[in-house]
Design a protein around this ligand. Sequence first.
Ligand code: PEP
Ligand code: MG
Length: 886
Amino acid sequence: MSKKYVYFFGEGKAEGNAKMKDILGGKGANLAEMTNLGISVPPGFTISAEVCDYYYKHSQKYPEGLREEVEEHLKRLEKVTGKKFGDVEDPLLVSVRSGAAISMPGMMDTILNLGLNDQSVLGLAKLTNNERFAYDAYRRFIQMFGDVALGIEHKKFEQEIEAIKAKRGIKLDTEMTVEDLKELVERYKELYKREGKEFPQDPMKQLWIAIDAVFGSWMNKRAVDYRRLNHIPEDALLGTAVSVVSMVFGNMGDTSGTGVAFTRDPSTGEKRRYGEFLRNAQGEDVVAGIRTPESLEGLKKVSEEAYNELFRIFDILEKHYRDMQDVEFTVERGKLYMLQTRSAKRTAMAAVKVAVDMVNEGLITKEEAVMRVTPDHVDQLLHPMFVPDEKKKAIEEKRLIAKGLPASPGAASGKVVFSAKLAEELGEKEPVVLVRPETSPEDVAGMVAAQGILTARGGRTSHAAVVARGMGKCAVVGCEAIEVDEEKKEFHVGDITVKEGDWISIDGSTGEVFLGNIKAIKPQGLEGNLATILEWADEIRKLGVRTNADIPRDAKVARAFGAEGIGLCRTEHMFFDNEKIPVVREMIASETKEQREKALDKLLPMQKEDFKGLFREMKGLPVTIRLIDPPLHEFLPKEEEAQRKLAKDLGISFERVKEIVESLHEFNPMMGHRGCRLAITYPEIAVMQTKAIILAAIELKKEENIEVIPEIMVPLVGHVNELKYVKNIIVETADALIKESGVDLKYLVGTMIEVPRAAVTADQIAAEADFFSFGTNDLTQMTFGFSRDDSGKFLKDYLDKGILKVDPFKTLDKDGVGELVRMAKEKGRSVKPELKLGICGEHGGDPASIKIVNEIGLNYVSCSPYRVPIARLAAAQAVVEAKKND
Ligand code: PEP
Ligand code: MG
């Protein structure tokens, strides 16, 4: 038997189900699933995404037997609906829809009303007793078919409508008469001819051209861009499926309509039915945001029965899918049909609320709840909001000019731009707010580049709202008070004119639009539902989460976010403040060891106070402090003026300063005189830093009864003898101070593993180390041989050309760098089974890397303070996923 490619739904038991998303796409799989749940969906069939895969692998040809299989299913569809394709009495009309396993809203093409031609339009008119409706459907089909399947510019169809309206002296499309619509159909056909195309009268021809177009749309620019921007790898999906669905009409008069709805509020997560309804309209009108719809209560006025049925279906769907659903429906003359259900896109606030509520409702487990919240959601909850006083001031100054729908939370300020293209161009350099009448999929790249999005039209489920929410980008939509003039590049609110380049601020949580720039702040704490989710994550995760912090303020933030210690304090960052940098420079410019020690003596009390500050904030938690790491030239001024000032401060000649700067020049500083190599040349620096750390701990214990176990870390070790040498200095210095103080203080000495040789000889190094911390920034640099500072220039080419799938400085390279980490772990633990292992490179805050680290089995990750909540979540998700994969 040949392979099955086409799957029927909408009658009896469907041939597919929700588990078959990979081949039926989300839409097809869920139409099948709803059929099986006894929910009324318009019958149809889905052509498998395997066909799309085949199509692109075989120079756009279809597998053998597909045509026959489609025809067979079409016959069944005719039988089930009792209608015939192209029939002059009762024609079968279908929509042809795309749908991949991962939802890509509006990215691919859909064609409605297919099957209409000069004959069947008569049938439709007779059947509905509504000639106007029939010709309107027909002209819409010719237009959509021409635009989507044959590439005739949308604008050209609009021009024909305008021409008729001008001739007749009317303003609205709805004012066109049957005669006007008939004329429009003829004008459209002429347009096809002018474009060198033909409008096919044969519905079978129409169907295959439409199927070609949908499969073709899988590789259109918007779809490819969407996948790239959403990090959907090209090989993650087979392609799109094509669903051919019998048409139901929401535009058959006052007892018909169409809508989109959510089983809960997708902005807040509240358990209230939420949606939008357009009476006497087709589905595309809602999504396109062209008419501003009414609430679901509008449906009640059309049909109370359909209204009640919709909510009954909500309950069935939520119980069945155990998640908030986003549905599309149509009421045709009082009868409700579900056209689609899928797991709803939601704001971060809604995601955590729905997850927590569903655990409390007994619908899902805590583990599932943790999986329902994404790292991006957590990020969004830590997003900016306007400084309340600044916002109040803006209101007092009458800068609040309009209010739209709060579609996606956050706060954004920037210069107004009216095109997505300009947003893309400027967005990298300066903050911009993209202002559009409404957005369409072409605008996505510009939306990514903008700080925020403001649209004049459309509801909360319009393109702008759905896409911005998915991106976690601040958006205000349907702001009807603003009038966008794209020609003149300005918008008006009453008598106020805002020009391109003027600043505005928008609040995506309230829908407010302000003139000018309003300062924003990041929320500093975790509260409510997010705190609950993260507590559940903490119960699940195995990895510890520490933070990389160098100053008490950051340590405090991190601790509030749940950090369980400091995994990396880069001591050199403490050297850059106004008080210390002159002394550090004095130390570097020293000609003799004595001079250097004198400068270090000045530095000691300052460093000690820094460490006391950190230890205080992290009371009771481990703190890893790394000895100075960067090459010394980084501390010296580069500008002549500053060099002259330094000469004066140090009482030496400008020429001498220049000589010192030049002497420190290296061709390859990242592999030069840095890390433990500094301590080997200048042991007195390591002595000073050790003293500062140990004295800080002793004093805190004595004076404030605060216990600390400092973990002193040696950077950039490649050979065990480097560690041995520096460790000796640390231990001698520390032990003498501890003995002298009479205080019982424990401390650890460990090393960074950030040179491949260290990983390869980790067993030898472990013999000398109490812990390892993987510095995967340097380890990636040295393993790939990609400079951390310069690889930006060419890494883009690697990614564009698919040589690498991800930037290895963002996500740990599992096969290379990851293997070194694994090897070091195994070798290290073979010598010291209790060896403590962590990672403190940037990868420690990257969810994909955290998964790899969890699998390797380190003790903890350490990341920047704002990543701590994300790391807690990602570490838990790694455990749940690993369990699933077992
Ligand atoms: C590292 O190399 O991964 C690291 C944490 O150290 P730094 O980034 O300071 O070189
Ligand atoms: Mg490093």
